[in-house]
Design a binder for this molecule. Sequence first.
Ligand code: FRU
Length: 480
Amino acid sequence: MPAEKKPMTKEMYLKQLEQFGSVIDRAQNDILRLGYHLQPPVGWLNDPNGLCQIGNDYHIYFQYSPFNAEGGNGLWGHMTSQDLLHFQEHEPAVYPDCAWDQHGAYSGSAYEEDGIYYVFYTGNVKYTDKKYDYTTAGREQNVILITSRDGYNFTEKELLMTNDDFPEDMSKHVRDPQVIRRNGRYYMLLGARTLSDKGCVLLYESDDLRRWEYKLRFTTENPFGYMWECPNYAEINGQGFLIACPQGLPSQGLDYANTYQCGSFKLDYTFGETDYQIGEFRELDRGFDFYAPQIFQDRQGRTLLIGWMGMPDSGYDNAPTLKNGWQHCLTIPRELYLTKEGHPAQRPIRELETIRGMGHEEHFTNTFSQNVSPLFDMELAFEKCESFTLRIRENALLSYDGDVLLLDISQCGRGRTTRGVRLQDIRNIRILSDSSTLELFINDGEEVFTTRIYDSMTGLSCEMKDAEARGTVTWYELCP
Ligand code: FRU
């Protein structure tokens, strides 16, 4: 069973890091570095992992491949933050250095009890023999546990489950554990693909966090994609939701436009029972770059979501950062809340207000125009909105014709073109812009568009034209 990629120990990482100084400098000096988003020090980043708060520090781990900006070795990078806008870098927390995770310490999450952080993740192993298809054979996805009291020092890896512990009709794709406690017992969710290519989430039960018993699977009656990655169970105002990333959904008009999806199912389930009700799937984000979010509760009781601002196998790229030795970032953290209609919606964390410069407010009728710096926070509150075209920064166009809201970044998207949503009315829009990112929150975050954007970053403005609209626009330069 020879290795396809080499495992990476801490010693190997430190040695390679020493020889990587000039690439790190280039990455860190790139003008496309972000002002208030978490980005890799160098190399590649994907999913956020192990989100938790210890004392005053948020700990954010992430899938990290420092020496290859196009992906590869799955380490767990590690940063801390007190405001989720400024980040301090630490040495990686997990290395793919043992037989159970030698081709990637894949995604996982943290569960806290009595000051101990139990971190569960997937150890990925791929056999090299090319005859394997990696779906039904030739790979292992192991559930591994490490624990910590401080978020920096972890215990030895413990192997909790292997593919043999998953139901017989499962393919080799079973991963991304999330653990919660309900009704006196522990529950683990795992994203999975069956042998007949049906996406689902496996639920395991335990009394001691170490021995796990299969309980049931959450899935839809009709197949909804072949694989569901990165499951999260979240309760918002007492309503349960299963948040997952289905792969293999064909796009339907404006819906499911990305290669892979991410959204929520309303889930009515009393943990421990055998029946559940699963509702309709709702996309969490309509932009080009949003995937694999993780949800956790902080000490203020907020339900926070942080996503990966990226999309696997997308056909568009980030060549401008890639050429400087880094790729991808995480989204602005968002607080989840429930709309009047009972749907999950997202609002950017209120900490953003602490980095706002002076605000300028303007009442507009039909048009307005404003010069902006690349880092800004803009709020549009409509009194009337029948139609408009809003040019954002240099060449991103957001338009509304009374029916469809369309984001067109063909001019500055590196292959990203248009994404849209049907909307009966538009009450407000919040635009967060960082050097090379845009996040649009429509109608108090009922719909969200997240994307990377590559324009000249100079001479930027926002301009509303062709509008049948009236309202107030407020903009702030962000000064992180
Ligand atoms: C989602 C994902 C996870 C996996 C991780 C590996 O982006 O594919 O399912 O654990 O990335 O980096």
